[in-house]
Design a protein around this ligand. Sequence first.
Ligand SMILES: C[S@@+](CC[C@H](N)C(=O)[O-])C[C@H]1O[C@@H](n2cnc3c(N)ncnc32)[C@H](O)[C@@H]1O
Length: 171
Amino acid sequence: MIWLGAAAAILIVCFGGVLLFGAPYLPTLTPQVKAALELADLKPGQTMLELGCGDGRVLVAAARAGLNVVGYELNPLLAFVAWARTRRYRKQVKVIWGDFWRAEWPPAEAVFTFLLSRYMKKLDRKCARYPHKPLRLVSFAFQVPGKKPAAARRGVYLYIYGQDVRTLTTH
Ligand SMILES: C[S@@+](CC[C@H](N)C(=O)[O-])C[C@H]1O[C@@H](n2cnc3c(N)ncnc32)[C@H](O)[C@@H]1O
C-alpha cells in the first residue's frame, strides 16, 4: 500500500510538476508527426530540436529520416522513456532532461514543439533571438499569435526565422 502511494506521488510530481513550467504531456499522432517532418523539410544530417520530447516518438521518426535530433524533456519519467526508446539511434539522438526555456539551444535548422497557446509568444521571441538562422519552427496545434504561418498541414504550422529560400505550399 505504501508503495502504491509512493508510486502515485511520483507520478503526480513528475506529470503535475511540469505544469508549472509548460505544457502537459500529450503525444503527437502519427499523421501529425509525418506532417511535422515534411514541414521541417530537412536533409539527412541536419539537426532538429524538440522542445518537450515526451515519450520520444518524434525523435524516433526524425532519426529514422536520417536527422540528428536533440530532445528536451522536463518530466524525468518521460525523459527516461525517450532516452531508452532512442538508444538504437544513439549516434543521432540526444535526450536532455531539463527545461528548454533555460537551455542554450545548440545549432539546428528546425525546432518542433507541441506546447500550449500561452507559450507561443514566448517561443516566438526565443526563436527570433536564436543566433543560428534560418530556423524553421514547426508547431503542432498552436499558432504564433499575430503571425501568418509560412505553411500548414494537418494542424501543424510552419514559421521561418531568417532568410530561407525554400517555399512550401499551404494545404
Ligand atoms: C504536449 S506534450 C508533447 C510531447 C511530444 N513533443 C510529442 O509531440 O509527442 C509536451 C511535452 O513537453 C514537456 N515540457 C513542458 N514544458 C517543458 C519545459 N519547460 N522543458 C522541457 N519539457 C517540457 C512535457 O513534459 C510534455 O512531455
